[in-house]
Ligand binder design. Structure first.
Ligand SMILES: NC(=O)c1ccc[n+]([C@@H]2O[C@H](COP(=O)([O-])OP(=O)(O)OC[C@H]3O[C@@H](n4cnc5c(N)ncnc54)[C@H](OP(=O)(O)O)[C@@H]3O)[C@@H](O)[C@H]2O)c1
Length: 176
């Protein structure tokens, strides 16, 4: 089972401002994300990402992404599954759910708190980043700070529009 973590980041690794807005990242990033999501036919997101993105971006958010499996992860037992989504309570549960549905590439798309949990549990096999030419001193990092490390191998790098860079890494010793 592959788990691809795919994020659009500032040069210093931020995915959003402190208030959750992503205005420093160009809109093409969203279009490219939707294409990738369609390819994998699933998305896995943290509860905070679901709530921020659907409340801040009414005209383009996860509700409009045409994939069969949309998984929200929360520890809360009070959070009710919005229409079109499935709610699970841990990274392993998300992977197992998608495996059972015949998915062989889990598409993990944030945010940073959830990403760090997946990395800590050694579930991530690939990390794909789109780096925008922007520095954001204060914000939400693509991996929340915690005590873990993970050696990577760069597989590919290429330039994208608007001075962005696409970087594809594999994790050297994924746990699966
Ligand atoms: N630039 C990008 O590519 C990109 C992509 C995605 C998101 N974002 C931005 O990222 C921001 C949100 O990221 P974030 O890091 O603050 O939050 P997040 O990772 O989206 O969500 C954190 C929440 O996920 C749940 N969670 C995390 N680990 C868990 C575990 N082990 N088991 C069960 N549930 C777990 C918890 O929900 P509960 O508190 O409900 O238990 C936790 O509070 C938003 O502003 C969004 O716009 C940007």
């Amino acid at each position: 089972m592959k788990v691809i973590l795919d994020m659009a980041i500032s040069l210093n690794g931020m995915i959003a401002r402190e208030d959750g807005s992503e205005d420093f990242l160009p809109y093409e990033g969203w279009v490219e994300f939707v294409e990738q999501a369609k390819r994998h036919n699933n998305i896995v997101i943290g509860r905070e990402t679901y709530e921020k993105v659907t409340s801040l971006y009414k005209d383009h958010n996860f509700n409009d992404v045409p994939v069969e499996h949309k998984v929200i992860i929360t520890r809360s037992t009070e959070f009710h599954s919005p229409e079109g989504y499935v709610v699970v309570h841990s990274p392993v549960e998300a992977v197992d759910y998608l495996k059972q549905k015949g998915i062989d590439i889990v598409y993990l798309v944030g945010g940073g708190v959830l990403n760090a949990e997946f990395v800590k549990q050694n579930l991530v096999t690939d990390i794909h980043l789109t780096v925008s030419p922007f520095i954001l001193g204060k914000g939400r990092p693509f991996l929340a700070l915690d005590d873990f490390e993970s050696p990577l191998t760069l597989q590919e790098s290429r330039s994208l529009s608007n001075g962005r860079l696409r970087l594809l890494y594999t994790v050297n010793e994924p746990g699966q």
